[in-house]
Write a protein that binds this ligand. Structure first.
Ligand code: PGA
Length: 256
């Protein structure tokens, strides 16, 4: 595992974007697994800049997002703050700023009428694309990757997951509060790639920022491998895994 510490969020984001950009240049039709949340925004903005200023070409790139809230989906007629779907997030933060083809950018469909069946189809779509070349990951305050909450089996695949209160609270604070959504209205379920789905990627790139993540990332990287912290599964990853942290997030690591 390669662990890299950068001075701040901006430097972390630039390095993460350059890892992704290198892959896109080397393999123009690569399959990227993407993530949402506050952490990857800087990475996506840097990728958009590389597209705009240096012509980084996404025309053949395929993407699959980790997760989406169940029961909501992109509504481009709503103001950005009001539409809290991850599809909308990806559209605003990345897809509309690069030349990715719409048909190649996949976010789990939160309004699927038969979510369990849809989850199997999502797995098949990833497999049919040739599998994920790189999966970008954040880490949740409860140690989740994707929405694989504590207790999720390492054999889990794309499925409907009940969110735990910590994830609901974190997402409320980060995104929903400013949209005027009440806590009671927060989605409580999501479609997420499973831990096993993520672990089948050819490479992993985890980004972690801020003092608020220092304890959980220390446990995930240096503590026991446990389903109580699903991010700890990356310790068992057999291929290329890179973790980029900013200094505050890395401040509790003991083995650096
Ligand atoms: P964050 O979320 O980037 O908003 O902290 C990370 C995650 O929940 O995976």
């Amino acid at each position: 595992m390669k662990i890299i510490v950068k001075d701040n969020y901006s430097e972390m984001s630039k390095l993460a974007a350059s890892v992704i950009a290198d892959l896109v240049r080397k393999k123009p039709d690569c399959v990227l697994g993407l993530a949402t949340g506050a952490t990857p925004i800087g990475t996506y903005h840097e990728l958009a800049r590389l597209h705009r200023e240096e012509g980084l070409d996404f025309s053949k790139v395929r993407t699959f997002n980790l997760d989406e809230y169940l029961g909501i989906s992109m509504d481009l007629t709503l103001p950005y703050e009001m539409d809290q779907s991850y599809a909308r997030f990806m559209h605003e933060e990345l897809f509309k700023k690069i030349n990715i083809k719409k048909k190649n950018a996949h976010v789990p469909y939160g309004l699927a009428t038969d979510p369990d069946k849809y989850c199997k189809e999502y797995e098949k779509m990833i497999a049919d694309a040739g599998g994920l070349d790189l999966q970008l990951l954040g880490i949740g305050g409860d140690g989740h990757i994707g929405f694989n909450e504590p207790g999720s089996s390492f054999d889990s695949r794309t499925r409907v997951e009940h969110l735990n209160q910590k994830s609901i609270d974190d997402n409320y604070e980060a995104f929903y509060k400013k949209a005027g959504v009440s806590k009671e209205e927060m989605p409580k379920k999501a479609i997420t790639m499973g831990v096993a789905t993520i672990m089948e990627a050819k490479s992993l790139l985890m980004i972690v920022s801020g003092i608020g993540k220092a304890d959980i990332i220390q446990k995930a990287l240096e503590g026991p491998v446990t389903t109580q912290i699903t991010a700890s599964a990356i310790q068992t990853f057999k291929r290329d895994v890179t973790v980029i942290l900013d200094k505050p997030a890395a401040s509790k690591l003991k083995k650096l």
